[in-house]
Design a binder for this molecule. Sequence first.
Ligand code: PLP
Length: 415
Amino acid sequence: MSPTLTNGFGSKARVDWDSIRLDFPLISGNDLVYFDNAASSQKPKAMLQAMENMVEHSYANVHRGVHTLSQEATDQYEAARKTVARFINAADDAEVVFTSGTTDSINTIAFSFGEAHIQPGDEILISGMEHHANIVPWQLMAQRKGAFIKVIPVLENGSLNLESLDSLMGPKTKLLSLVWVSNSLGTVNPIPYIIQKAHAYGIPVMVDAAQAAPHMPIDVQAIDCDFLAFSAHKMGGPTGLGILYGKRALFENLPPYRGGGDMIDRVTFEKTTFQGLPFRFEAGTPHILGAVAFAAVLNYLSGIGMRQIEERERQLSHSLRCQLKADFPEIQLLGTAPDSVSVVSFLVKGHHPMDVGVLLDNQKIAVRTGHHCCQPLMDRFGIHGTVRASLAFYNTEQEIARFLLALRKTIRLLR
Ligand code: PLP
């Protein structure tokens, strides 16, 4: 089965969301309200079918064998890369590297870009709403290279203080690495505007799209980012697989992050020369089954249409926010930026988020509680954590109603 080429935008005018839900065996088969999609999303049958198909008909290691089966597996793996490139509108398939996830993608650039371009005294700009995956790799690199981290502040409503950009960007700023959609607040940052601004200062931009790629069309050429990272498992794909996009001009001159098989041109005991893009950054046997299954998921999502998915998820999360605001005075919403998607974060005043999460779980509602790997953001608001409901397109208004009933009961029990 070779994945068809398709981009993420889709064109279907009407989607039958009830029948879409049946594509997800875990949630269609029981009465669990799964609102923990930002942590990891449920898997469509298309993913399982693609894995099964490869296991039954065309599995072997890639790029190595002269035998037919290995060539078939290689063709499918490279077709998967093409599908990803098309999904994010990359200019060239070679700009798409398979990694193990967003964390791995960011670490790759932090290491490789750091080795190539960072001198003592240089600065890396991030924001106050980053996931730890977009903080710690830069800190490790900064410690190694004698560089500094600067932080774009977060306003009270959970949006970025864009007025601070001019004072934070300058000749010492060597890279901006920024989250597109906050996993804690749901805030959608104005990425195209910020990239344009950074480029005006000559600063390349890495985008953490872990929470953007599942919820909206991504066009890397339109936003003109230099690097972009996301994880398959947050958008219906398998765990252990991620994407690192890099614009060729900058990417192809970076040194490798990991060494091993497949990424080399020639090895002697004295010296090794490396392959070009994308193999230079794919040391060792890749997640072959994962990549092929992810391509099938991307085709499935494109079949629905990423614009339709975005619209549906904006509607659902807007509805949840409005009802919480209107009917629950006991609740404090965290993050009320004008633009948000999927994530609704809140506190039940005077109560620990974990108590709320456990009582909701007793009523078959799955939400996430805690700091969501954003401790500096929690410090900014002077809290330890929140309750986070994160919605996907397969969720429904009926589930929101059940969630609100369960929350009402939870608040009564806590009193
Ligand atoms: N960035 C953001 C915004 C996230 O939400 C997450 C995961 O929750 C990550 C990075 C890390 O993703 P992964 O654990 O898949 O590498």
